[in-house]
Design a protein around this ligand. Structure first.
Ligand code: DHB
Ligand code: MG
Length: 223
């Protein structure tokens, strides 16, 4: 990986060597996603392990993912939920649904994962209208411009104590600067402000190294 942050890359690789044992099935899923032409914007192994641990620490059994891509983060979360766990994942792109479906099958995780193909906002509307049971954990990792809307939907699908996680909340530090024009950055900035201002949530975000610096938002719904 090329990065303007060689020291951070060295540390990130060190942490990965120590704490994220290589898993051929997880690695194959990334190769297959790339071979199918999906963008290489999956979470990193270290972020995957962090998602896995957050799911385990919170005792989550029912999770919602917005943005399936090739199913790499899905596999980390589904693994953490255990055999009785259920993960609903929303994806608009047909190719992602196919690639991720195969990856989950190969990992033996398909029975825990319910892939819903279609526009996430429409799926979320439907879930709310249908009175779907609350989720213990929501992971947002899809269209950045829609993050503020995804947060509003997520708030209607959680219970006190649930976790809301969101990828890509740092965007190489652009979020910290005024005068941004990129609609993706503007979407994330609005999301971050909404997250911070929501009186029902206690939240933080942590920096993570990707191609550039990025981050994960971690929020807990108050009791
Ligand atoms: C982008 C999206 C992601 O979810 C990610 O992790 C990195 C980049 C993007 O759309 O640019
Ligand atoms: Mg992402």
């Amino acid at each position: 990986m090329s990065t303007p942050y060689p020291l951070l890359l060295e540390i990130d690789e060190y942490v990965e060597r120590l704490f994220v044992p290589r898993d051929p099935v997880f690695e194959q899923s990334l190769r297959d996603a790339t071979a199918a032409g999906l963008p290489e914007i999956n979470v990193s192994p270290n972020e995957g392990k962090l998602l896995y641990l957050l799911a385990k620490l919170s005792g989550a059994k029912r999770a919602l993912e917005i943005g399936l891509l090739g199913g790499y983060s899905t596999m980390w979360l589904a693994k953490a939920l255990g055999p009785e766990g259920r993960l609903v994942t929303l994806e608009i792109d047909e190719k992602c649904v196919q690639v991720a479906g195969k990856n989950l099958e190969r990992a033996g995780l398909s029975s825990r994962v319910d892939i819903r193909h279609g526009d996430a906002r429409a799926s979320l509307e439907k879930m709310i209208a249908a009175g779907e049971d609350p989720f213990d954990l929501v992971f947002i990792d899809a269209n950045k411009e829609a993050y503020p809307a995804y947060l509003d939907y997520a708030m209607k699908l959680v219970r006190p104590g649930s976790l809301i996680l969101a990828d890509n909340v740092i965007r190489d530090g652009k979020v910290a600067r005024d005068g941004q024009t990129d609609p993706l950055v503007l979407g994330i900035q609005e999301f971050n402000r909404k997250l911070a201002a929501n009186p029902r949530l206690e939240s933080i975000m942590v920096m993570l190294l990707r191609e550039a610096l990025d981050g994960l938002a971690i929020a807990r719904v108050k009791e």
